[in-house]
Design a protein around this ligand. Structure first.
Ligand code: ADP
Ligand code: ADP
Length: 232
């Protein structure tokens, strides 16, 4: 079963403007089966963020198609695209991106505010999600009261609260010291074993080597795509 599929995806920036045209993706084919744990690597400017933005329904291809759960986003209105984001995707960032004024519990509920989930259900989902990352005892705290590793676990709980088809992570350990980073990667391993589909951008080979598959992007194309750790 395929979660996400790129078919000859091209992304062009600045077309029809006076700024220089950039061909950020130049015909990318990529199939991500359900449950796979994928690392995306590549030098700065190679197209990783563009690829992640399309995977995350933050942007659409200029040419080609992107299918999420079998549906082509090309036909989606902006509203449908944002609904797909809310219902099908979870995001984890390098900088955690928590809202400082909100409690941990409210931060985790944020993705559900947009999909009209009633308050009681929101709270239940947030608590379930915080339990998965071992932070149920911090419900009423604010982000600044937590360590970096704990804040990233809150961000993971937020990303899981809508039970996404696909978890996208951009350098999730980039702001953490190495042992805290390892603990976050242990959590990703655990989520992967529980069946979650994860795509993670990283610059760190040792992080990528913990995944099942490494996709290397170069100059807007997939340069190398290999299974690792005996995955098939
Ligand atoms: P990295 O791969 O090192 O994380 P980024 O994805 O942040 O880097 O940016 C890669 C390149 O893309 C940089 O040269 C940056 O200036 C450029 N870039 C990113 N976003 C934009 C944008 N919105 N407009 C123009 N250039 C951008
Ligand atoms: P990476 O994440 O690998 O650094 P990006 O996808 O950010 O690569 O960038 C790929 C190319 O597209 C780069 O040349 C970058 O400068 C350009 N780019 C990225 N975003 C924009 C944007 N919004 N407008 C114009 N150019 C962009």
């Amino acid at each position: 079963e395929t979660v996400a599929e790129f078919r000859e995806v091209e992304k062009v920036y600045n077309e029809g403007t006076s700024a220089p045209v950039v061909r950020a993706l130049r015909g990318v084919n990529l199939t991500i089966p359900r449950g796979q744990y994928v690392a995306i690597m590549g030098p700065s400017g190679s197209g990783k963020s563009t690829l992640m933005n399309i995977l995350g329904c933050l942007d659409r291809p200029t040419q080609g198609s992107y299918l999420i759960d079998g549906e082509d986003v090309a036909g989606f209105t902006d509203e449908e695209l944002s609904r797909a984001r809310g219902e099908r995707l979870g995001f984890v960032f390098q900088a955690f991106n928590l809202i400082q004024q909100l409690t941990i519990e409210d931060n985790v509920q944020v993705p559900l505010f947009y999909s009209g989930v009633p308050p009681v259900k929101r709270r239940e989902a947030a608590e379930r999600s915080l339990e998965r990352v071992g932070l149920l005892d911090r419900l009423g705290h604010r982000p600044a009261e937590l360590s970096g590793g704990q804040q990233q676990r809150v961000a993971i709980a937020r990303a899981l609260v809508n039970e996404p088809s696909l978890l996208l992570a951009d350098e999730p350990t980039g702001n953490l010291d190495s042992s805290t980073g390892q603990a976050i990667l242990d959590m990703f391993d655990q989520l992967h074993r529980a069946g979650l589909t994860i795509v993670m951008v990283t610059h760190d080979e040792s992080v990528a080597e913990r995944c099942e598959r490494i996709v290397r992007v170069l100059d807007g194309l997939i340069d190398k795509d290999e299974m690792v750790n005996g995955a098939v």
